[in-house]
Design a protein around this ligand. Structure first.
Ligand code: DQA
Length: 146
């Protein structure tokens, strides 16, 4: 069974009520459930973790090496600021799929650049919760070497 770690960064625990016109009305629990269902559909299992803390996300990325086969991550605002998360992802030696609910390229200029993209195998943005479905499917596919 392939193991996928789904990581969500700061303020994504507020999904459902946080700027729903941008991020939708689904909660993080809804999205986590969708990720688990998608992983199962493709013969994998997904563990989901959210933190508002950069250090906690880095700890989970470091622990993923050897325990997981791929990482799906929405680093939220840390995408645009965190060299440390980028470095942790580069060090973990796993396929990484970066996902954003919104299309970061249509938004403020400071959101156009993502450090995490430099460590990602692929990036999905602008498709809302569907992006997580595609990201988990892509992660499993990468692990299977398809
Ligand atoms: C986000 C986009 C980021 O710019 C923002 O800081 C977020 C969410 C998204 O999913 O669209 O918190 O990663």
């Amino acid at each position: 069974m392939y193991r996928i770690l789904v990581l969500n960064g700061p303020n994504l625990n507020m999904l459902g009520t946080r700027q729903p016109e941008i991020y939708g009305r689904d909660t993080l629990d809804d999205i986590d459930a969708l990720c688990r269902q998608t992983a199962e559909k493709f013969g994998a299992c997904a563990d989901c973790f959210q933190s508002n803390s950069e250090g906690a996300l880095i700890d989970r990325i470091q622990q993923a090496r050897g325990s997981y086969d791929a990482i799906v991550i929405n680093p939220a605002a840390y995408s645009h600021t965190s060299v440390a998360i980028m470095d942790a992802l580069l060090a973990c030696d796993l396929p990484v799929v970066e996902v954003h609910l919104s299309n970061i390229h249509r938004r403020d200029e400071f959101r156009h650049f993502s450090y995490v993209s430099k460590a990602a195998t692929g990036v999905i943005c602008g498709l809302g919760k569907k992006g997580y479905v595609l990201a988990v499917e892509a992660a499993v596919s990468l692990v299977k070497g398809e």
